[in-house]
Design a protein around this ligand. Sequence first.
Ligand code: 13P
Ligand code: ZN
Length: 269
Amino acid sequence: MKSILECRPLLEAEINKVAEVAGYLWQKGWAERNGGNITVNITEYADDGMRKMSAMTEPKPIGTVLPYLKGCYFFCKGTQKRMRDLARSPMENGSIIRICDDCANYVIIADEPVMPTSELPSHLSVHNEMLGRGKLYRASLHTHPIELVAMTHNRKFLEKDVASNLLWSMIPETKAFCPRGLGMIPYTLPGSVGLAEATIRELEDYDVVMWEKHGVFAVDVDIMAAFDQVDVLNKSAQIYIASRNMGFEPEGMSAEQMREMSEVFNLPK
Ligand code: 13P
Ligand code: ZN
């Protein structure tokens, strides 16, 4: 069977990036079994041939109405599919969907009728919001980073910006490469519209948000950049935990050192 990626090198390059990141998630231990999901808005690569492709499925409800997504195309990890398999064969473990004109349903168009991730309501709601705000963000990532998830089992880290400030203070790069910090969302049922709504609200102030006792959700211009933000945050969590394991509370960068970083690199305060 001919793949949609054939003769579409730009689209293929985007999907290859997804496969590369999926491999990293598995190697890092953040993607047990089918854990985590990725969606990428690929509408900019949709040509006439793609727009004429017929649906492989009946329209399926998204669970919410998303007006900015009319006629958009997304690559989505398949539900119950493994990141480690997606890394090898992205088009067998994910699919490309088209949002229907009613903005409430989608159809699968390629390569196989692999059902998208159960977290589709959150991913698509976020893409809708990003387009509405005129942001250039095209990729969203949900994953289960061990140390960051562990921190959410302690009430003190769930308070507003406590975890962000601690993580920023562990190593200068974290503030530089995740300048808006880590938002916190109280535990909400996975896959629910309630979780999608809470995620959108929190992404007004942050690019990476934590789903308490579950995982993170990150958005950025492409999937590599979204992964990088989670990677720097989790590195900080590991430094914190390594210090605690050595028997001391880490000192952290001082307020003055943090202020200097923000000023020199023109980061949000
Ligand atoms: P899916 O296999 O449906 O993508 O779900 C994985 C997950 O992490 C749910 O939160
Ligand atoms: Zn999850």
